[in-house]
Design a protein around this ligand. Structure first.
Ligand SMILES: Cc1cc2nc3c(=O)[nH]c(=O)nc-3n(C[C@H](O)[C@H](O)[C@H](O)COP(=O)(O)O)c2cc1C
Length: 181
């Protein structure tokens, strides 16, 4: 299985959590990591090249720090530019069908904020529904997201554990996330 990790972090050099997760992913055979902000600092995405790489992948991973309960802006630009009508969706847009889509996200705030009766009111999975809806449109298979909460102040031992879990997660068989799970 070929896994393509697209990392969307505005500054991966100054990142702690995402940099370490990406480094761990890179050690795995058949996993390719692309640092999208480094490749496209001006948001001028090479659509044909990105589509070619996606077509070759079996599992597509979108990895990013949570920004404003969502993602950094380049990921939105990537969706707008790369997921074209007639390629990703529409009557002839079947190029991503059947591939797995995995979201790997690091909310800065601790996990106990992301429950229905806590201050943020929504789970991280709730907040990822736009990606799940996009998944439904493009015919990919939305697997259970990989979430490292509390990333802003994560202890070294916990980050070390998370990086190991991530590297394993990327290469094992994954369960799908239910529509309202
Ligand atoms: C512009 C911006 C917006 C952020 N929004 C959120 C947010 O909505 N929820 C949250 O839990 N953390 C938020 N954070 C914290 C980041 O998610 C956190 O710093 C990041 O996941 C840490 O990963 P890194 O070490 O790879 O940068 C935000 C940070 C920035 C800079």
């Amino acid at each position: 299985m070929k896994t393509l990790v697209l990392l969307f972090h505005p500054n991966s050099q100054s990142s702690n959590a995402n940099r370490r997760l990406a480094e761990a992913a890179n050690t795995k055979e058949d996993v390719t990591v692309r640092d999208m902000y480094q490749l496209y600092p001006n948001f001028q995405i090479d659509v044909a090249q990105e589509q070619r790489l996606l077509e070759k992948a079996d599992r597509i991973v979108l990895q990013f720090p949570m920004y404003w309960y969502s993602s950094p802006a380049l990921l939105k630009q990537w969706e707008d530019a790369v997921l074209e009508y007639g390629w990703a969706y529409g009557s002839t847009g079947d190029k991503l069908q059947g591939k797995e889509l995995l979201i790997a996200v690091t909310p800065g705030a601790p996990a106990d904020n992301y429950v229905h009766n806590a201050n943020f009111k929504y789970t991280v999975t709730d907040l990822l529904r736009p990606f799940q809806a996009t998944n439904n449109l493009i015919g990919t298979r939305f697997v259970k997201p990989f979430i490292v909460a509390g990333a802003s102040s994560i202890k070294e031992a916990d980050l070390e554990k998370a990086t190991e879990e991530y590297a394993n997660y990327l290469t094992k068989e994954l369960e799908l996330l239910g529509d309202y799970e």
